[in-house]
Design a protein around this ligand. Structure first.
Ligand code: BES
Ligand code: MN
Ligand code: MN
Length: 461
């Protein structure tokens, strides 16, 4: 592994410069205005894989944004690692809250990143993380240390639900055949407390519309005499949780697996400081379901949150009006063994049932996804754990995440292969937010750790 470290340290400035170039491409999958940029980004990813030494590099067209596929098959008797990542990014707004342009990467030091961090949309989620696989692959190729076959599948629609990747996977099962799937699109507890994500939440995401009167009304002439859809929507949302912050949708918890005392003890073992948590978020108190710790609330309990709410007048000054309509976007994060389809149904029925006769409601489901759990006793997990132990000098802690990567459950179902979530970001890296960033330390640590995964996996599998 000596020569690997040497290769990385001799090339790290270039590794950083290349990532910065990739971050300049605004590959926003949600916004049709950026379709060309998304395609440009796919081409750049393909070129980087060719340059790193991959074969059969292909930019695969889909009904949406392209998927980049590449491989290096060195010996069919060796195990195959499928690398998954996404080159698309979230929209950058609100732009005014960025200290520098979201697609004009700059390196700045922060408290958490004394060696500097690259500030740009997608730096951590997921360009910096998947690109560490491209550079780790280059490193293994150029030091003659690649010990497994490797396949890359880097998609452009993760942030919008991966619908076309689902189709691609079903149509390319043979091509995607692998022994394990390795993904860096999650995080570690901190740079001196490594962790491996062992669970991802499922997701049910809906938009609701509440209609009162057939037009906007003068709030004096009609106020108090007709249903105000904004008031009603707020009441309906409020009634979806009880005083213990439990979700009141009938049957919501029916399929939730109860955790054993041992599993709860495991979760409690992961280092966590409530004081620091509150301080970082400027909170004087936390909030959540009665009877569960913060780590349990985010890791193993299902949740319901309003992601956006609008209606009526929100411009400058005051306008006295009762709006005709009110809207909200609502997400529910799901845990094993809940099904997004079931939950979407239960939500819809309940939401309609609690609407008073004075309004009409519509519920529109968006994309969803099933939860995922990774075992900690399979060769790939052990290979990842040992790899991190080597490069961080500490054994990583298994952690259930509150985030979702819906395609991972589909990989398991369609390809019958487990995924390992070997992420290197920090929760404080502001993914999906203004001033997203990724530590230089984290980027390089990823590039160092991945070759160890390969070396261990060929021994353990
Ligand atoms: N990489 C994130 C998910 C993530 C981040 C998991 C950190 C664990 C730790 C992914 O890109 C993401 O943002 N997923 C979305 C779901 C998707 C359907 C839009 C999410 O979790 O909101
Ligand atoms: Mn991601
Ligand atoms: Mn994301």
């Amino acid at each position: 592994m000596e020569h690997i470290n040497k290769y990385i340290s001799e090339n790290k400035e270039r590794f950083i410069a290349e990532l910065i170039e990739l971050l300049r491409i605004p590959s926003i999958s949600a916004d049709p205005e950026y379709t060309k940029e998304v395609a440009n980004c796919a081409n750049a990813v393909a070129k980087s894989l060719t340059d790193a030494g991959a074969d059969n590099v292909e930019v695969c067209k889909t009904a949406g944004h392209p998927i980049v596929y590449a491989e290096k098959i060195i010996d069919s008797s060796l195990p195959t690692v499928l690398i998954y990542g996404h080159y698309d990014v979230q929209p950058a707004d609100p732009l005014e809250l960025w200290d520098s342009g979201p697609f004009e990467p700059v390196i700045k030091k922060t408290d958490k990143h004394p060696d500097g961090a690259i500030f740009a949309r997608g730096a951590c989620d997921d360009k910096g993380q998947f690109y560490s696989h491209v550079k780790a692959f280059e490193t293994m190729m150029n030091t003659g240390t690649l010990s497994c076959n490797v396949k890359f599948m880097i998609e452009g629609e993760e942030e919008v639900g991966s619908e076309n990747l689902g189709v691609f996977v079903k149509e390319n099962k043979e091509r995607l055949k692998s022994d394990t799937i390795l993904i860096s699109d999650t995080g570690v507890i901190s740079n001196d407390t490594p962790s491996i994500t062992t669970g991802l939440k499922g997701l049910s995401y809906l938009e609701v519309e509440v209609t009162g009167p057939n037009r906007d009304l003068h709030s004096g002439l009609y106020g108090g005499a007709v249903a105000n859809p904004i008031n009603i929507l707020c009441e309906m949302i409020a009634s979806m949780k009880d005083k213990d912050n439990r979700i009141t949708i009938p049957g919501f918890y029916d399929d939730v697996l109860d955790l054993s005392e041992d599993e709860r003890a495991d979760i409690a073992r992961a280092p966590f400081s409530l004081d620091q948590y509150k301080k970082e978020l400027d909170l004087s108190d936390i909030h959540g379901e009665e009877g569960f710790t913060t780590m349990e609330r985010t890791g193993i309990r299902p949740t319901l949150d309003v992601n956006g709410i609008w209606g009526g007048y929100t411009g400058e000054g005051a306008k006295t009006v009762i709006a005709s309509k009110a809207f909200a976007k609502i997400s529910m994060r799901l845990v094993p063994n809940q099904s997004d389809e079931e939950i979407t149904k239960k939500f819809t029925n309940y939401f309609k049932s609690i609407a008073p006769d004075s309004v009409r409601v519509k519920v529109r489901p968006h994309h969803g996804g099933e939860p995922y759990v990774s075992p900690t006793d399979i060769p790939a997990y052990l290979a990842a754990s040992k790899a991190m132990e080597t490069t961080y000098g500490k054994k990583p802690v298994p952690v259930r995440s509150g985030g979702s990567i819906p395609i991972v459950a589909l990989f398991e179902k369609e390809l019958e292969v487990k995924s390992i979530l070997l992420g290197f970001g920090l929760d404080s890296d502001a993914i999906h937010s203004p001033n997203e960033h990724y530590g230089i330390f984290n980027y390089l640590k990823g590039i160092q750790t991945i070759p160890h995964f390969f070396a261990n996996y060929v021994k353990y599998y």
